[in-house]
Write a protein that binds this ligand. Sequence first.
Ligand code: ATP
Length: 529
Amino acid sequence: PATTLDQLVSLCKRRGFVFPSSEIYGGLQGVFDWGPLGVELKNNIIASWWRTNVYERDDMEGLDAAILMNRLTWRYSGHEETFNDPLVDCRDCKSRWRADHIKGRCPNCGSTNLTEPRPFNMMFKTAVGPVADADSFAYLRPETAQGIFVNFGNVLATSSRKLPFGIAQVGKAFRNEINPRNFLFRVREFEQMEIEYFVMPGTEDEWHQRWLEDRLVWWESIGIPRARIRIYDVPPDELAHYSKRTFDLMYHYPTLGYEEVEGIASRTDYDLGSHSRDQETLNLTARANPNRESTARLTYYDPESKRHVVPFVIEPSAGVGRCFLAVLAESYDEQMVKAPPAERISAVSDALEAFLKSVGRSDKLAPETRDALLERGHAILAGMPETMPQIEALLAMPGAEQVELGKKLRGQAQGLVDEHFRTVLHLKSHLAPVRVAVFPLKRNHEGLVAMARDLRRSIQVGSFFRTVYDDTGAIGKLYRRQDEIGTPYCVTVDFQSLGDGTVTVRNRDTMQQIRIPASEVRAYVSNPS
Ligand code: ATP
């Protein structure tokens, strides 16, 4: 796995997984764009989630509700009143922070001269229609869940489902986070994969446990073993007001430590109850928000008891971006392919030491930036030569470009890293942005090029994964480029191929090659692992 977040930031940047939003205008804080490889990996994660939770079960329906909703949704869901984070200002440097993230001290200037925390509502506001007035007011949804609750009656009426059943949805959510940070971890625009699972009252505890189990099985299927996830049974005093019990799945992120990737909440009849009219007739257990404006009773007719009941809800909710980051972190690996000569290692060590000296002396760097560079740099130095590939991530850190000796260090390290190390993503092949890459052994040989291009096309047509052709470098370099983005199979067309129609298929993890007929490659790589 990755040891620092910077390794992932650097990989995402240099290979085009993720870009800062509107970068040419200086970006927008807490917003990112998915690049060519990022969109593939992200889509594969979502497809895997959908397959597992919708197709492979007998008790689920899908939904894709709109981002914009009637404002009343957010009044009766409770978000207008309670979707708040505690905001504090630093009186000295005028910066703003989320109180529970900073332990009473301004991270910018170190001052403890902070204002009292005050509630800040995190919903983005907009106006629908040409006149911005009270009637046109709308929010961008801060979670996808409410789109499911308000459609409960529609889905029930059109699908003839019986309890228990669930509705799954993947979509954008927006939160005006006070301090977006840690790359994709805390952003202002993100995607959620959410399930609302509706059960008979009284069966919620059992279903809560079953969902915990099912979700862990899915995490394992995308390459995150159980042992890497800690289950946080949220203590009563930290529970949201509507929650009976919540399990947070915490992944051990590099640099950040254990942080939430998914929350699995038992929400009682709070949600459907709060969006219903005639609440006094519904026997609700939760303290629902009194509602005179809903036009529906979100109930289920139980044929056995011949009563209308308000189902209880189990909600597994995961963020796509946090999942993406966990998958990258878990699959990330730097390997020494062959040991570099000792004198070249010491040349790089010397260059790194000189770089760190000049970092220490620099008066252009903010103290925090300087300390971060020094800490990372010394850790790399101590772990040499294995840690040599991390020099790239070090040089991508903020402030590094201001230090003169960076160029020299890069020059010393780059060639050596290219020759002796590889970065590899051990992604499950159903998640890999590219499943197969096809190369001609020589790019200026017409026969090899034609056969490789044909082969690529024949593997791609009708497949649900991506196949690419590449001839922009020597074979060794092409392999390493694919390793770095997690491509499980590299196929090379060589001179023997022209004679007997066989090609080599190289395995990303073992780096072993086998030779098989070109006509069998498609079946060989289609087997998902
Ligand atoms: P946190 O406590 O970290 O702010 P939360 O408990 O408010 O998260 P939920 O409301 O439970 O989060 O949202 C469900 C999931 O949505 C989270 O587990 C997370 O994966 C994702 N998520 C929430 N907020 C963000 C964000 N600002 N950026 C990226 N993903 C997020």
